[in-house]
Design a protein around this ligand. Sequence first.
Ligand code: ADP
Ligand code: MG
Length: 269
Amino acid sequence: MNTTATAAAAATAATPAVRAVQVHKAYGSLHVLKGVDLTVAPGTVTVMLGPSGSGKSTFLRLINQLETLTGGSIEVDGELIGYRHVTKNGRDMLQTLDDREIAAQRAKLGMVFQRFNLFPHMTALENVMEAPIHVKGMKKAEARELAMAELERVGLGERAGHYPAELSGGQQQRVAIARALAMKPDIMLFDEPTSALDPELVGEVLNVMRSLADEGMTMIVVTHEIGFAREVADQIVFMADGVVVEKGGPEIIDNPTEPRFKDFLQHVL
Ligand code: ADP
Ligand code: MG
């Protein structure tokens, strides 16, 4: 557990990094999220657990505005996402943000998926340089320096000139993490970042995530890696069928209350 981050979190309880209130999401008649509440303090790690289909990915995608809400609200760094409050004829109303405003909000978040989706025709370094140049308009030389620093941060400085096909799955995922970090996000979202990896490659990716947590990065991590959750998480959230069934500190892993959480843990441990 990251004690510095926990202390920092206690001190800055004022503005959560993420605050989700009664979040609902439906795809047509399929009600996927049914009133999810979650608060993430800055500098802390939240691990989301839950069976397949419980809505974990959907929830991360909502935070990152890859999907739109059906109901409820989400604030990132104290700012409502997707909408602004306006007063019309003395009434408070919500107005949809435009694409540029949404892009600015999304820039606060870095996301890492199960599949790394690196550009195969670009080296590790070029993959990490891509967004700073094309999204932020950074000069090539500056982007190269930044990308090199991020690759070193994930322990891949020596692999910068290699193409994805020349890297292991674990190394590719670390490049994907470096690529997200190069955009200098306030918050990192991880959606089962080790699920597609051979078992012997999982550790190196979890170690990079652990060091990010130690640096004080705010993180929401969907994973089935219970050991990681127990050691690194400040907050554990167990979801099932679109609701948060149980939530608490990492100690709830060894002392679950809800039968569904107990049952889940018996299957993953
Ligand atoms: P988890 O990540 O916990 O496995 P998901 O958020 O991926 O769960 O999915 C939750 C439910 O929403 C599943 O039943 C899934 O089939 C459904 N779902 C996810 N995305 C879509 C979509 N774009 N259209 C329709 N249904 C979807
Ligand atoms: Mg998922």
